[in-house]
Design a protein around this ligand. Sequence first.
Ligand SMILES: Nc1c(NC[C@H](O)[C@H](O)[C@H](O)CO)[nH]c(=O)[nH]c1=O
Ligand SMILES: CC(=O)[C@@H](O)COP(=O)(O)O
Length: 158
Amino acid sequence: MATALKNLSEYSDKNLSDVSGKTFAIVVSEWNEEVTEALYKGAKETLLVNGVSEKNIIRKNVPGSYELSLGAQWMAQRADVDAVICLGCVIQGETKHFDFINQAVAIGITEVNLKFNKPVIFGVLTPDTQEQALDRAGGKHGNKGDEAAITAIKMLGF
Ligand SMILES: Nc1c(NC[C@H](O)[C@H](O)[C@H](O)CO)[nH]c(=O)[nH]c1=O
Ligand SMILES: CC(=O)[C@@H](O)COP(=O)(O)O
């Protein structure tokens, strides 16, 4: 598989715009907390490393990934928020619940982007197993939280 040996979160920090005055909201799903806390840690650290002030990083928790869309909307509608990062982890269970949550959150987050004309980043893992999730939350495949933060920074540079 293409991802087998890769750190998927490697990125170039060349040409990133100055975001030192920008405000970021991070919406975090409490489901699969071990994973989403690691995603949050990665996203926050990446924002700080790229010059964002700690006071300009707002955190909002929601119960599950399904609730990320509304949490993102609450944040995006604030005039002081420049970009929103949504973090979640939906692990495949025995039923189709996984598909419904993933479809709803993907569409919901896309709608919030377009409604508020602000970057709202999809940092939601959709793995088959907890191991795959941890591999992407600070493990051997990097940290999708870092990637989500870099994507938000890049989008603010357009
Ligand atoms: N099973 C997972 C969930 N389920 C909860 C839903 O997101 C939602 O909170 C519930 O349906 C009430 O609206 N959420 C995750 O983020 N990850 C899961 O694996
Ligand atoms: C992704 C889910 O919603 C999930 O954890 C629920 O599991 P199941 O499909 O076995 O009910």
